[in-house]
Design a protein around this ligand. Structure first.
Ligand SMILES: [Zn+2]
Length: 400
């Protein structure tokens, strides 16, 4: 048996009384079915209502296969009759989103002959999926503008319960998905479609419809939108972001693009200058290391470890050391739980193979590495730096 649905759309009718017909313990908690209810069950892309039955919070509302509507309660109900109360703010928000969706779907049909394939009214945003290969913002704005004009004209939204034989009297935007008595939602002079959801009695109560995103979805187009107070809150949020950016950029929002372009230019110039400074510093450091390095069989040997330097820094240093005469170098940095190593030698020390040195050293340290005879890189798990330095010195001394 089915539950009599009370489609209240007036705030004065948000409360109702009903008899309890059935109770059951579900996996989610206790649930009751009533002989009549104003609670809307999740269906047709619309979220369920929230509210109370005898002051007990209703957490979820769904309709079973027989059309019986179940109310999931926060705790068991001990009564044969109930006072039901809908959370009107939530319901009205749902009505605004849902009515706005009807207008949007009708607008996309009128302007672009696009069918609405599915709709989703979420707790944060809503979407309609359209059978369009593409959609430009320009086209979407035309629909958005017309939809908001229909809202401002405050047209009547009428509900008709009709038999299948009377469907021909309505120019329905889509075919009904149920048989028997069909519920038709008719927006005066604009749209008629079969729907069991909750709607505002006049389009003016939708307030505003704002499209916020267009994306490709399953071969069609998904449009995200907000209605009523949600659209207002979104506008407020966007304004706050603009104000914050305005303060940070010291510019009005019309000048943001120029202000950001100027910042990007400055960053480019600074990066170039920093790169040059790093090159110069690496050159000076390489000179100092070379001067202080011990000489073995006529060649300088530089073996060093740093705890807190970036690998790219010691790469730059290695490149500079390689340019100095009769030089071998094994450099490493600690990076998290690992050592990263680089080995190089100057072009005039042909008998030293940096790649072979790296392979031998990293093998001994439990890691791996390799490269060319003049430059090689590798990594190994972090042991003690002293032990690693000892290995690197030994490997280099075997080559000379
Ligand atoms: Zn509807």
């Amino acid at each position: 048996m089915t539950t009599e649905k009370l489609y209240y759309t007036d705030v004065t009718c948000k409360d109702f009384t009903a008899r309890v017909e059935s109770q059951q313990e579900t996996a989610k908690g206790p649930a009751v079915a009533l002989d009549r209810t104003a609670f809307y069950p999740t269906s047709g892309g619309q979220q369920h209502d929230v509210g109370t039955l005898n002051d007990i919070a209703v957490r979820d509302v769904w309709s079973d296969a027989e059309g019986r509507i179940w109310h999931l309660l926060e705790k068991p109900l001990d009564a044969s009759s109930v006072r039901g109360s809908i959370d009107w703010d939530v319901r009205f928000d749902h009505m605004q989103q849902h009515s706005g969706q009807h207008l949007l779907s009708a607008g996309f049909m009128r302007f672009l002959q696009a069918n609405t394939l599915s709709v989703h009214m979420g707790t944060a945003v809503n979407t309609v999926d359209l059978d369009l290969p593409q959609l430009s913002w320009e086209e979407a704005f035309r629909v958005e503008e017309e939809v908001n004009r229909i809202i401002q004209e405050n047209r009547r939204v009428a509900i008709h319960l009709v038999g299948e034989e009377a469907l021909g009297d309505f120019n329905l935007r889509r075919e009904p998905q149920v048989c028997g008595v069909i519920r038709i939602v008719q927006i005066e002079g604009y749209d008629a479609s079969p729907c069991g959801g909750t709607h505002t009695p006049f389009t003016g109560q939708i307030g505003l419809v704002k499209l916020t995103a267009i994306e490709r979805y399953k071969g069609g187009i998904r449009v995200t939108f907000l209605c009523g107070m949600r659209a207002l809150r979104d506008y407020r949020h966007a304004l706050q972001i603009l104000q914050q950016l305005g303060a940070q950029l010291s510019a009005g929002s019309d000048d943001f693009a120029d202000a950001v372009a100027r910042l990007q230019d400055e960053i480019r110039i600074l990066r170039r200058s920093q790169q040059q400074s790093q090159e110069t510093l690496a050159e000076i450091e390489a000179q100092q290391l070379w001067q202080a390095a011990p000489v073995h069989n006529g060649a300088r040997r530089i073996v060093k470890h740093w705890e807190t330097r970036s690998f790219s820094e010691i790469q730059a240093l290695a490149r500079k050391l390689r340019e100095l005469p009769l030089t071998t170098a094994f450099l490493m940095v600690t990076e998290g739980e690992n050592l990263r190593l680089i080995c190089t030698r100057s072009d005039d020390l042909e008998k030293v193979d940096a790649g072979a040195c790296m392979r031998t050293a990293t093998r001994e340290l439990g890691g791996r590495g390799g490269g060319t005879p003049t430059l090689a890189q590798g990594g190994a798990p972090l042991g003690t730096a002293e032990a690693a330095l000892e290995v690197l010195n030994r490997v280099l001394s075997m080559e000379m």
